[in-house]
Ligand binder design. Structure first.
Ligand code: G6P
Length: 462
């Protein structure tokens, strides 16, 4: 491939980009900017940095934008054939790599690595190659490239071959599987993933634990790290943004509506997640049911506000899980609800302003993932909650490394233990709760997104 050397000095590559398009009724394209750590990180390095974000076209609107040559400044969307993208994203990234790193497989039924898997793997390779080639075209001599996540594990190695002059980094937003679990992948595929990652100069992880797991896999299955450096950057919550955004009028409106749903004078246990197996929403609901069963004093006095936003709905396993969450919530409401009290207020329509409203009202935040790279909700609620919240936090969330001291720790599989933790959180004296919440917020915002990104870049260049 002939590289037409480009002008970009800092490049980010990720499956989901910072902007998405929809075709409106009159045929024009509407652009919507996303938020998140990377977006604010990139804006922090300024426009004169010649930054470019390479991402996938994900919607019909995105693909239309590529066709029309419409684009946001500093963004290049790749129009990867829809079937190739579906195999790579749904088939490999979200059904295999996500499941391996979050240890979600339930043997003996899963996984089965058969001919279908091999076909999807070929698409994953093609999809990674499309990114590597675009980055090779766009990058200026000696530019820094930061590749994001499990969707793009082969890119560093591929890009290294095309452009040995570049500084290549990769950052994982997920956990990394321990060797005993990682070796579930067919040997050649595991080897390709590790060699792809090790094509980077530097690999970033959210916690020591995930960095160590990667290093252990590299040592056991790829002869070690070679020249690749490994570092930890624990992405924090964006305090300034959250505090300002959570006091805008639309959030106040949603607070009023939520207060109506909750009812006067009741405590709230809040959770906000993408509906996704690793988040462990069903066991959270079972723990709440157990709380109502064993601590009758909380009946009528507490409401579980659960926002579970649909995610990856092309996949049956995610759809089934969404249905299961709804079913268990309905069951609890049927079992314990009274004319004036709905024990579980479940919302499934994604609404950021309403999430912030719930954060502000939270007495208790429940964050109980089976395994989670970081979990930013655990970091955001203490920053936003009006009166300070108690945090019930899974020991398997990356955030636990930073917040464990002031949270109430749970084993995510232990439903009765989680029920006890909820009781303890609800019973905490208001002063203690406020103090702990303040310390949680301080720890949660220690590394704001802009600094997180700049640190990675400095380490990559250093
Ligand atoms: C995880 C991944 C991110 C991803 C997000 C949303 O946090 O680490 O890379 O963007 O999930 O998932 P989605 O499949 O909707 O992009």
């Amino acid at each position: 491939m002939a590289s037409t050397y480009g002008a970009a000095r800092v490049l980010v590559a990720s499956n989901r980009g910072p902007v998405s398009y929809t075709v409106s009724e009159d045929g024009s394209l509407d652009a919507k900017r996303g938020g998140g750590g990377l977006v604010s990180g990139l804006s922090a390095i300024g426009s004169d940095a010649d930054a470019l974000w390479v991402c996938s076209a994900l919607s019909d609107g995105d693909r239309e934008a590529v066709r029309r040559g419409v684009g946001a400044d500093g963004v290049r969307m790749l129009d990867i054939p829809a079937d190739v993208h579906a195999d790579a994203y749904n088939g490999i990234a979200n059904s295999v790599l996500w499941f391996v790193h979050h240890m979600l497989y339930q043997t003996p039924l899963e996984p089965v690595f058969d001919a279908e898997f091999r076909r999807q793997w070929a698409s994953y390779e093609a999809y990674n190659r499309a990114f590597a080639e675009a980055l090779a075209e766009e990058a200026a001599q000696g530019a820094a490239v930061v590749v994001q996540d499990y969707h793009l594990t082969l890119v560093p190695g591929m890009l290294r071959e095309l452009r040995p002059d570049l500084r290549i980094g990769h950052f994982s937003h997920t956990p990394w599987a321990p060797p005993e679990y990682f070796r579930m992948l067919p040997d050649d595929v595991a080897g390709q993933v590790l060699r792809g990652m090790l094509g980077a100069d530097r690999l970033g992880f959210l916690t020591e634990r995930w960095a160590e797991a990667f290093t252990a896999c590299a040592e056991r299955f790829a002869g070690g790290l070679g020249g690749t450096r490994v570092g930890v950057h624990g992405l924090g919550a964006d305090a300034d943004f959250l505090r300002a955004r959570s006091h805008e009028p639309d959030v106040e409106e949603r607070m009023a509506a939520l207060r109506q749903e909750i009812g006067e004078g009741r405590r709230t246990i809040v959770r906000v997640d993408r509906t996704e197996l690793s988040k462990n929403i069903v066991r959270g609901l079972l723990a709440y049911r157990r709380l109502l069963e064993t601590h009758a004093e909380w009946r009528e006095r507490v409401v579980h506000v659960a926002f579970a936003y649909p995610s990856r709905q092309d996949l049956a396993v995610y759809r089934d899980y969404t249905a299961e969450v709804q079913r268990v919530a309905d069951e609890i409401n049927a079992e314990y609800g009274t004319p004036g009290w709905t024990p579980v207020v479940l919302h499934v329509k994604d609404d950021f302003a309403r999430s912030l409203a719930a954060y502000r009202l939270a007495d208790v935040a429940l964050v109980n993932p089976i395994r989670d790279g970081m979990n930013l909700v655990a970091k955001e609620v203490p920053v936003v909650s009006d009166a300070g919240c108690a945090l019930v936090l899974s020991r398997e969330a990356g955030a636990h490394e930073e917040l464990g001291e002031d949270a109430i720790t749970v084993n995510p599989y232990d439903v009765t233990g989680t029920a006890t933790a909820l009781h303890e959180a609800l019973s905490m004296r208001p002063e203690e709760r406020a103090e702990r919440s303040k310390r949680l917020a301080a720890a949660a915002t220690a590394l704001p997104p802009a600094q997180w990104f700049v640190d990675q870049l400095d380490a990559l260049r250093g």
